[in-house]
Design a protein around this ligand. Sequence first.
Ligand code: C5P
Length: 209
Amino acid sequence: MLIAVDGPAAAGKGTLSRRLAEHFNLARLDTGLIYRTVAKKVLETKDPENNKIAIEIAQFLSLNDLDTNGLRDEAIGTAASKISAIPEVRKTLLNFQRNFAKNPPNGKVGAVLDGRDIGTVVCPKAEFKLFITASSKIRAERRFKELQDRGKEAIRSAILRDIIDRDERDSIRSVSPLLPARDAQILDTSKLDPDAVFNLALNFISLKI
Ligand code: C5P
């Protein structure tokens, strides 16, 4: 079983994917974490604007590198969105993601991958494709609350700006732009809580099983 969950930043992909993975006993790959990990490693080098370094870091990435610590900050998200527009970085990470989908770890019989281009590019043959979205204002508000809950300082207007900029960068890039696959079920979560989103996703999946 292969489930692709795509959508813009802070739309609720992560929460939904985690719940789907638990429900169907699947391995889960948060592909944003891959780009964030590469971005963090690039920022730690002396030459973060050098694309060659980003490509090299992407080539040597392993599953063990995907540690969530310190990767959730907006600054890392923005850096990830910049390096993710480098075609060679995407090409290298494509193999990594496809390999995960084909050979899910820990003996799992399937996988759920969430990101921006899973249904369109990484796993175009996935049986189940969901595209999760919400208005930029609602997504900024959710991110603001999430940061507050983690005890981080946050400014609403700056978060909204970041989200709008990141949406634009992710949507206009030439390689794998943020787009729903033609056969994806689109879920606008602006007025839905996580339980409602999960139930709608389960409905969609059970209709296709
Ligand atoms: O989903 P998340 O906010 O963690 O992703 C960080 C950035 O990584 C995104 O803004 C996007 O530019 C990039 N990304 C991508 N393709 C994916 C997942 C994430 O380009 N499949």
